[in-house]
Design a protein around this ligand. Sequence first.
Ligand SMILES: NC(=O)c1ccc[n+]([C@@H]2O[C@H](COP(=O)([O-])OP(=O)(O)OC[C@H]3O[C@@H](n4cnc5c(N)ncnc54)[C@H](O)[C@@H]3O)[C@@H](O)[C@H]2O)c1
Length: 413
Amino acid sequence: MKEVRIGVFGAGRGLNMVDQIIFGAEGKLVAVCDKYEPLLQNCKRSAEAAGLTDIAYYTDFEEFFKHDMDAVILANYAYQHAPYAIRLLDSGRHVMSECLTCATMKEAVELIEAVERNPHLIYSYAENYCYTAVRLEMKKRYRNGDIGELMYAEGEYRHDCSPIWPQITYGQKDHWRNINCSTFYCTHSIGPILYMTGLRPVKVSGFETPNPDYMWRLGTASGGAGMELITLENGAILKSIHGNLKHVSPSNYEINGTRGGMRDLSDGRVEIYYEGENENGRGKHDSYSPAPMIAEAENSGHGGADFYTTHFFIQSIMGNEEARKHSIDVYTAVDMCIPGILAYRSIRSGNSSVDVPNLRNKAERDAYRNDTFCTFPSAAGDMWVPNNYHGVDTPPESVYEEVRRRFQAGEPG
Ligand SMILES: NC(=O)c1ccc[n+]([C@@H]2O[C@H](COP(=O)([O-])OP(=O)(O)OC[C@H]3O[C@@H](n4cnc5c(N)ncnc54)[C@H](O)[C@@H]3O)[C@@H](O)[C@H]2O)c1
């Protein structure tokens, strides 16, 4: 393929991808869709600044869908990616999906099967937290055997979104950020660990903090932190935590193996302790700043990570095997997401341990084919469960009116 013609669906987060495509040398942006016009205008301003006037802008997805394009980047609502991905794949388009992969186990099965029935198309998951220079270095050294076999890992993504809540939920009572469960947005804490180690989750127990008042006053009854304690396929344990916690350090990625450990120091450096054979306790400590895998990525968002997802997606479509190797395929994308869905099931049954299926195996799929358990009414049907396990009252309408006012006035949460 000479030039990949790309559409972007969702122009909030999607503006990042729009900018990367129009200011970079890869791909050709042909269409953008968002029902909220001011976001489309932002994209238009960017495109015009790059001298591009031939891009189509749509507020209606059905019109956007008809546009002649090879690939679509999904940056729409986080719980609606799978149905759109499936439709787009079946219409012959390559798909890159923002986080998360899917809202239910049923969607996980359906998404995998859509990718399998379109083997000539690329599906790629934009789990950008995997791609900072430090986390890529941790992957390289783990795969090189430098710290031995994984025993324990921590993935922590603490992001107190309360100051920006009006700007990211717009005061909409049913915005996904208000109605998701505590363990839904698990990808940034689980994802990097799975990507570094190549290991698959096999069991999960879920936990959640109480819902803090500062989040209730912004419109959610489930705005605390969710935690997944996961057993990986080699028996190692992964602790994953994420949510609106007040914090000193927003993230932590650490892996401990049989011959050493590594952690992301959150300042551009990786710290490593590694032992040779028969050197128990007599290994070496080192810390250093690894260079980015691709220099161009250095100043991109999320600590130089954002560049890679779109880059690897476009390059994979162009047939670049190396890029495909670095991309996240549908099976790993599902592994990074479904522990969060199943962890909420665990929370609702007293933190019991729940099996995480390997949906690569066709035989394991039937048990989940009709499983729509989740907190999103449109995806759940009759398996809907509330996101409010602690019995917190749902915020009254006056809360949303105030958040809407702050959104319109540009005031913080
Ligand atoms: N990887 C990251 O670091 C990161 C950061 C921010 C957001 N995200 C992801 O990006 C996605 C978008 O998040 P966001 O922050 O922009 O907020 P959001 O989810 O509120 O934005 C979704 C956008 O899609 C548009 N949209 C949804 N359905 C539509 C439809 N049927 N027709 C037309 N427009 C439609 C909405 O108007 C909205 O502007 C989410 O999946 C989120 O998880 C990822």
